[in-house]
Design a protein around this ligand. Structure first.
Ligand code: GCB
Length: 611
């Protein structure tokens, strides 16, 4: 019944938006906004917490059309007029930032919250202006000066709206209704083992571009090549046919291309380049100029392939010494979003000996990917197709496909990014297989240069004294790299059972052990059989590592997880306190014993590879 009511509410809101105002469009994503003339709208925004959606619906639950609708930001015109909201006298929250950790009363809040920011913008007549959101979780309805711009769905990917014809030199107000209610049909769906941080969690920026501008481009090495750069450039605007010049000054490269009637130029050329790798994360300044616009971006070049059970980086076999990460800030509560957050998290990963991170379980912020490029850390990026999804629902599939596209579009020039993952621990059945195959196909079609994986589960066979665990999943045939999550010694079997386990695979493909681990409360000590103690976790890692060394087709590991993270599923008082404690460091940066076990293993792997 509650479920039904929620659906009704969501449906009514969609009616409000798309019937009353017509379907406003999310504009195509502008690449590399940091290189553009841009104005930050970050800082304190006025907010109204609206658990009953009174800013959108009247008491009959019908869409509000009058000045009571919060997006109107209406002020009483006389002392008698009834207006029951007032952004300017409401409290403020910082953008970017989740709402849960900025105000104690909002820690567990899920629902609607309205944001308002005012700004002036003296715009030049020749340019176009967009408002760009790094991300808002989960659904964002955006309004400028009392008119709707559009809606975006999905909590972890960027979106923008063109406001060229709507912006005023002075006194603009931008209102955003953010709703993070969980629903069965969404991506992710109802249940996750991470905090559902709501709000405008990433930066908001005004981006100014010329009338016809370089909207996006791919400049990356072709699949399997270390010389041939292949890609495209896309223009947007009235003058679509233009001459394009691509220059890589440091490599002495410059060449011209021509866009077609649709504003697109396919580009392909050879260049002598120092290849990007974790040991030498070389980035080149790449300049792309059209007749009307130009952008510069730091781009690295490397090839990544799967061959038999090997992963080849620049043609050489590589072992991915990884760790899982949630997008949680180090050393302070809440979502991570900044360069500093990214640097701290990746510095911890490097201290552990990592050359690879799995950014679980949704697309992390852009700063993270750019920092990984600079620091030389390879990346697995993932969409939130997690646990239980409505596999039969075509809208759910469409939603997942859209989030995947937005993730790929934002990061397709990042050398660090080598693997797209389309799912985590999903149950094998026909509808799920169809759903995931579609996503795998989409990822391959959109970006043929990177590898596609998913975190799968496995089957166990007991054979006398030994246990055989087999990687078997119908979608494995479609993947380039297999991921597998296992919790031997935590959710299944005993820690010591790992010594009796042999792994087999039906596929001639590389395996990444994408999760394993167990919880420990930092500073809680006991013997190696005492749950929640650092010694238990330490022992678990020791047995796991001994087992992992015996898997012939293993090409990477990302234990669960770098840092303790908030989760509403983890209620045990004194131990969990609403945190998943499988971190190797705490939320305050303290290192648990298991940290050093993994560090030792990664040092061994590294020196064995270098020999
Ligand atoms: C898993 C999930 C991860 C959880 C983890 C756990 O299998 O993929 O999201 O947080 O286990 O700690 O249970």
């Amino acid at each position: 019944m509650i479920e039904l009511r929620r659906h009704l509410r969501r449906f009514l809101f969609a009616v409000l938006f798309f019937v009353q105002f017509g379907a406003a469009q999310v504009a195509p994503l502008i690449a590399n906004i940091g290189a553009r003339h841009n104005t930050s709208l970050d800082g304190p925004w006025h907010v109204i917490v609206d658990p009953y959606d009174v800013g959108a619906l009247d008491y009959r639950a019908k869409p509000l059309k009058n000045n009571n609708a919060f997006f109107k930001n209406y002020k009483p015109q006389s002392k008698s007029e009834l207006v029951e909201y007032d952004f300017d006298h409401s409290d403020q929250l910082n953008v970017p930032g989740d709402w849960n950790t900025q105000r104690e009363s909002l820690l567990f809040y899920e629902g609607t919250l309205w944001y308002k920011q005012s700004f002036d913008y003296p715009q030049s007549a020749q340019s176009r202006l967009f408002v760009h959101f790094g991300a808002a979780n989960y659904q964002a309805d955006v309004y400028l000066n009392g008119e709707p711009l559009g809606r975006h769905e999905g909590g972890f990917t960027p979106f923008d709206f063109e406001i060229t014809d709507r912006v005023r030199p002075q006194g603009n107000f931008l209102v955003v209704r953010v709703n993070d209610s969980r629903e069965r049909s969404l991506v992710p769906a109802l249940t996750t083992d991470w905090w559902n941080y709501g709000g405008i969690t990433r930066p908001v920026t005004l981006v100014e571009v010329p009338q016809t501008f370089i909207q996006d481009y791919v400049v990356q090495l072709d699949k399997g090549s270390t010389r041939n750069i292949k890609g495209w450039v896309q223009l947007s605007g009235p003058k679509l046919q233009q001459r394009i010049t691509i220059r890589i000054p440091e490599a002495g490269f410059s060449q011209e291309f021509q866009t077609d009637a649709k504003g697109r130029a396919d580009v392909s050329f050879n260049a002598h380049l120092a290849l990007w790798s974790p040991e030498n994360p070389k980035l080149y300044k790449v300049e792309i100029a059209s007749e009307t616009d130009q952008v510069t971006e730091s781009i690295g070049f490397r090839s990544i392939e799967a061959k038999g059970t090997d992963i080849l980086l620049n043609g050489e076999p590589v072992f991915l010494r990884g760790i899982n990460l949630h997008e949680e800030a180090p050393l302070r509560p809440g979502r991570a979003w900044s360069d500093d957050d990214a640097k701290t998290l990746l510095t911890w990963a490097k201290e552990l000996g990592c050359n690879f991170v799995r950014l679980a379980h949704y697309p992390h912020n852009e700063a993270m990917l750019r920092m990984a490029d600079q620091m030389g850390v390879m990346v697995w990026a993932e969409v939130p197709v997690y646990w239980n999804i409505q596999w039969e629902n075509p809208q759910t599939l469409h939603n997942a496909e859209n989030q995947l596209q937005e993730m790929i579009t934002r990061d397709h020039n990042r050398a660090a990014l080598i693997i797209y993952s389309v799912a985590n621990e999903t149950p094998v059945n026909d509808a799920r297989n169809r759903f995931l195959r579609q996503l795998i196909q989409d990822a391959h079609a959109t970006d043929p240069t990177r590898l596609v994986s998913a975190a799968l589960q496995n089957r166990e066979y007991v054979q006398g004294d030994r246990i055989r665990i087999s990687i078997e999943d119908p979608i494995a045939n479609d993947l380039d790299v297999l991921g597998n999550n296992e919790y031997i010694g935590w959710y299944t079997r005993t820690v010591a059972d790992a010594d009796r386990i042999d792994w087999t695979s039906k596929y001639n493909k590389p395996l990444i052990m994408s999760e394993f681990g167990g919880d420990a409360r930092f500073g809680y000590h006991g013997d190696s059989l005492t749950r929640w103690s650092e010694e238990y976790q330490e022992n678990l890692y020791q047995h796991q590592i001994a087992m992992l060394k015996r898997i012939p087709f293993l090409r990477g590991t990302t234990p669960w997880i770098l840092k303790d993270f908030r989760s509403p599923r983890r209620t045990l008082p004194g131990i969990e306190d609403y945190f998943n404690r499988k971190g190797l460091v705490t939320e305050h940066g303290e290192k648990k014993k298991a940290f050093f076990v993994l560090q030792k293993f990664y040092r061994e792997v590294q020196s064995a590879r270098l020999r």
